[in-house]
Write a protein that binds this ligand. Sequence first.
Ligand SMILES: [Cu+2]
Length: 271
Amino acid sequence: MRRVLLRRGSRLVAVATAASLLALAALGSASAAIQPGGITDEARKMHDLFIIVLIFALVVFALVGGALVYALIRYRRRDDELPPQFHGGTRIEVLMVGIPAIITIALFVISMITLVDIDDDADPDDLTIEVTGFQFSWQFAYNLNDLGLNSDPNAEGTLAIIGTPSAEPVLVMPVDEAVEFVLVSNDVIHSFYVRDFLYKLDLIPGRQNDFTVTARETGDYRAQCAELCGLNHSLMRFTLRVVERAEFDAWIAEQAAKQRGDDAPLSVQAP
Ligand SMILES: [Cu+2]
């Protein structure tokens, strides 16, 4: 009788585990679809980490859920007799502390590796774009030295694209190149959020935040302020445009000519 119960028990565990795994596999592919990989090297590393953590979570959920379903069915109340009462169980207690500890340490280590990796400092010769948030739009300033546009390399100078709430600015950056973003704010806290970077960083008055990304896909991407910053916060949107280097140079030359007020396009060397 006991052996029959045990066999039925392990069958129950198998069924419960298989059902949970199936449900979670569906959930897993759904979240992968909801959260695509992003367009930068950094975003792809973060997405890989997300998938690893998701797999850990799914396995733990399936095992715990399976054990719960098994215990509910296998040890359900059949009569009024009190089940055997006992206190403690060293082996299971060691497992219950040990396994979560190992999983936590493993997740901590791989998260730190990814964090340090994507938080790498920019090279001095990377293109720098200074992003200024203000109520309620953005300014994108390109360092003219980075663009090889300054005749005097010691001179400071920028080419600024300034948006307004009614005319959203376009942030243009070259593909396949590390670009450093320096974030500052003129008034209150804003947040620079490009969904396809899978990344968001605040712009804080009196402080300078920066991050570096290498975009791998050209195209237009929607972006916006992600920190409630006042009445017209919802109008703080912009477009991120990732283009080939040649197109970027042509765009910069066009903007520079426009800002100098002449029509003769400037020749731009790659930095
Ligand atoms: Cu804002």
